[in-house]
Write a protein that binds this ligand. Sequence first.
Ligand SMILES: Cc1cc2nc3c(=O)[nH]c(=O)nc-3n(C[C@H](O)[C@H](O)[C@H](O)COP(=O)(O)OP(=O)(O)OC[C@H]3O[C@@H](n4cnc5c(N)ncnc54)[C@H](O)[C@@H]3O)c2cc1C
Length: 458
Amino acid sequence: MLEILYYLQGHQSVYVGIVGAGIGALAAAIALRRARVAVTVLEAAGELLEIGAEIQMTPNVSVLLQRWDVADVIEDSLVQIEELNMRRKDGTLDGHTDIPVVEKALGRPWWLVHRAHLHEGIAVTAKRLGAAIHTNSRVVSLDHQAGGKVTFDLCRGADGLNSIVRSTLFPDVRPDAKTTNCAYRAVIPYERIRQDSIAKELIQKQTMEVWMGCNAYIITYPISAGELFNLVLSHHRPEKVYATQPDVPTEELRNEYKDFDPRIKCIVDMIHETSRWALLVTGPLKSWSSPQKNVVLMGDAAHSMVNHMAQGAATSMEDGAFLAKCIGAVVQGKLSLRKAITLYEVERMPKAFLKQQVSFLNGAIWRLAHGPKQQARDAAMAPDLEREYHVRSSNIYGDPQTVVDVYGYDVKVHAEEALEHFTNAEKDEYLGTGIVPGLEKYMGWFMKLPANQPHSKL
Ligand SMILES: Cc1cc2nc3c(=O)[nH]c(=O)nc-3n(C[C@H](O)[C@H](O)[C@H](O)COP(=O)(O)OP(=O)(O)OC[C@H]3O[C@@H](n4cnc5c(N)ncnc54)[C@H](O)[C@@H]3O)c2cc1C
């Protein structure tokens, strides 16, 4: 996803054109409208929709859905789970996270939702706030040298994974499959699973389950108000995969997971159609913007990542929220657009890179071959089973450090601190404590707790 920015010299007025209407783009539109910035969204497709079923809205972005009132629009579709169970492929329980404990510690929910419902909720909210959204509006090229006038018909470009605007700015950059890893996706109605005497054992509670195998894993969780059981099935192919492959034969899928726990295998056997999704990584890029700082990338266009931390769309939403804070400061006359874009790049590029790396790491942990590393992994998450939460866990979804760094991240706080720091650059110290933006989170979280919030177990 990409934004075209146009700065009216001499005015504190910024008109933002967003190319694409994916989750990131529409989140950016909401954040910009809330900062009173005029915004037009151009989407190539004939209607606003999302491909694929599932999406996790982890606590770093569920908080945005709450603040932006999107959660109210889609509240009937949102699902919360009781626990995350980490299993070996034979079903043996290795690790566990009480998701409500994480939610309580962070003060935010961990939601599972159907992409179509999320996308619609974000689109409805963006429109209510006054964003102009045009479908059937493919941007075909971009002249970021032009100044003085924007005619969106002439804003020629693209966004998302195969962003034409990125290729206009950085012709040599291509999203790459770093490994031969890819994913099948599927949904099965809960009603169907309830009728199966073996599989129904798995749905006694609303849980997220991960089955870890050698070079393959399955993650499952409920979506659509608990009506659909969602599966993402990670595997490897002999060759790298660069595009979604529709209509994969189900025999291939069944064969891939034939020696998994019979309960999940039963559910895999219920899948009658599936596609294979490429897991393409973009960057890290040297820059996310044009030299004139009037075109800027965000989301998958800038930093697509593998799916193992469920952070692609989340990172895109964070980009949109951060950038909107910066543009809001431009509108208020606090800094120039050039500085705002620079600040966005300086602060957000390392965050996106960290997410790309943690995502690789989690995939590697979940797909370890049987042997000493796998045994060490399992031993390091075993205390979870006794509810003995240690300072580290190989179960990254529940590892205290990752929980703080990824799920506890608050893009609003980050942007506000960065702006404060940036606009008071003469100060060497932040708030007189020597703490710089980014590290303040280690103290700021407990200074902002309501007085009556009970201590968390984490
Ligand atoms: C198996 C799998 C599971 C995942 N699970 C999660 C998860 O649980 N949580 C999570 O946060 N992320 C997840 N992701 C990642 C997430 O799907 C993406 O990172 C996210 O959708 C990217 O959003 P975006 O808005 O940046 O781009 P996109 O969603 O790709 O949106 C791009 C939009 O731009 C439009 N467009 C393209 N070209 C043009 C043009 N020239 N003119 C106008 N419009 C154009 C497209 O039609 C599209 O609407 C997962 C990914 C995979 C593959």
